[in-house]
Design a protein around this ligand. Structure first.
Ligand code: G3I
Length: 369
């Protein structure tokens, strides 16, 4: 065969394989390592933006509801349930043959105040709160029994220093509210996986508190399959090393790990002492990338994504799922938190619903593990 022909065939082959890789989805690339998912809002479930709904169906192997399955939306009053959105969400995932995760059953936020008070507005007794928790969990988990792979049973019960958040659940029931929640969820669907979910799990003190809780739940005979590390990260923190340390601690505690709400903000944080602005009022100084992201910042963000994704791949023996908290920069919660009206760029699709270049680099990286 002439040299020219060999060269032409080789070049064509290369072009095809590069094109094929460029078309490969993250779900396909991570198959056999962990599920790769996205948090979904109701506009996407209802097809208000068809391109977004199609991207979600094509690119991801699992979905979680950003809001519609939380206590307030599903159970706004003691004797009133709203199932419409949650039903549509679960059906959306099933139609696209995706694994559906439930978020979240017990949380101090986005929950009806009725859960904790009697008709006079006073705190209810421990027994009444336990029964209300049981009814809520039985109703939600029971409705989707066999259709939801696993549940964020309790969300954000710890402070960063490792102490329990003094939520109403804690004030009335002590830390046992967590044990009751896992027990009720297991009774409602014995085959569902059960998770504890929190942010800043990379904080050594918070991770130690969570590990101790895991041990106590296991000692009490509760099913707990995994700890969800929300992974709401910043371009500067947490370090890969601190993140890896948390993975090692959780692995040693005998639970799997889920990356449940991954995003990486590039915006200055009002919490960061380095910022002169310690208030949460909007200012141009706190919203520096309204007109776009400088290449140097983009490259730094890309590296953060790849460094963390490589760590996830390294621990894919215990990491069962990686979920990004939102499809595109347009809909990210970070455009409005902790300061309203900013423009952040924390997830994998841009404001034109285009995959960012880092996704192809992520796909290449999967070949190493
Ligand atoms: O649905 C109502 C709508 O009817 C109303 O008109 C509108 C204006 O008040 O509010 C809408 O509800 C908002 C909801 O998002 C849906 O858009 C709530 O006000 C708003 O507080 C809620 O924010 C969500 C936030 O949790 C608060 O619970 C964010 O979208 C969601 O991304 C965020 O997700 C949490 C995880 O569940 C737990 N981990 C932290 C993460 C980020 O805070």
């Amino acid at each position: 065969m002439k040299i020219g022909t060999v060269f032409a065939i080789t070049t064509l082959g290369l072009l095809v394989s590069v094109h094929a890789m460029a078309q490969k989805t993250l779900a396909e690339a991570t198959k056999g390592k962990f599920l790769f998912g996205v948090a979904v809002n109701m506009q996407q479930v209802n097809g208000v933006s068809p391109i977004e709904s199609e991207l979600i169906a094509k690119e991801f192997s699992t979905i979680v509801a950003e809001n519609c399955m939380k206590p307030q939306p599903t159970h706004p009053e003691e004797n009133k349930f709203n199932w419409e959105d949650a039903d549509k969400f679960v059906a959306f995932g099933e139609k696209n043959k995706q694994v559906v995760t439930g978020h979240c059953l017990i949380w101090h936020s986005q929950i009806g105040r009725w859960m904790f008070v009697d008709s006079t507005g006073k705190d209810v007794s421990p027994e009444v709160l336990k029964e209300r928790m049981r009814k809520h969990i039985y109703a939600v988990v029971g409705r989707y029994k066999g259709r939801v792979k696993g549940w964020d049973v309790v969300n954000e019960a710890f402070e960063d220093n490792g102490s329990y958040r003094k939520s109403k659940f804690y004030q009335i029931l002590g830390k046992d509210f967590i044990k009751y929640a896992f027990q009720y969820a297991h009774e409602a669907d014995p085959n569902a996986e059960l998770y504890y979910n929190d942010y800043n799990v990379e904080s050594p003190t918070k991770c130690d508190g969570i590990v101790q809780m895991v041990k106590e739940l296991k000692a009490a005979g509760c099913r707990i399959d995994a700890v969800g590390s929300q992974s709401h990260m910043h371009i500067n923190t947490p370090s890969v090393a601190a993140t890896e340390t948390s993975f090692k601690k959780l692995k040693d505690a005998g639970v799997h790990i889920l990356i449940t709400e991954w995003d990486i903000s590039i915006l200055p944080s009002p919490y960061d002492g380095a910022n002169i602005s310690m208030n949460f009022k909007y200012s141009k100084e706190m919203d520096p990338y309204r007109d776009g992201v400088p290449d140097s910042v983009q490259q730094k963000w890309n590296k953060r994504v790849l460094d963390m994704f490589e760590l996830f791949l390294k621990y894919n023996d215990v990491i069962d799922r990686v979920t990004v908290w939102g499809l595109s920069d347009t809909g990210t919660w970070l455009n409005g938190f902790p300061i309203r009206g900013r423009k952040d760029y924390p997830v994998l699709f841009d404001r034109n619903n285009q995959r960012k270049s880092v996704v192809d680099d992520m796909i290449k990286l999967t070949k190493k593990y």
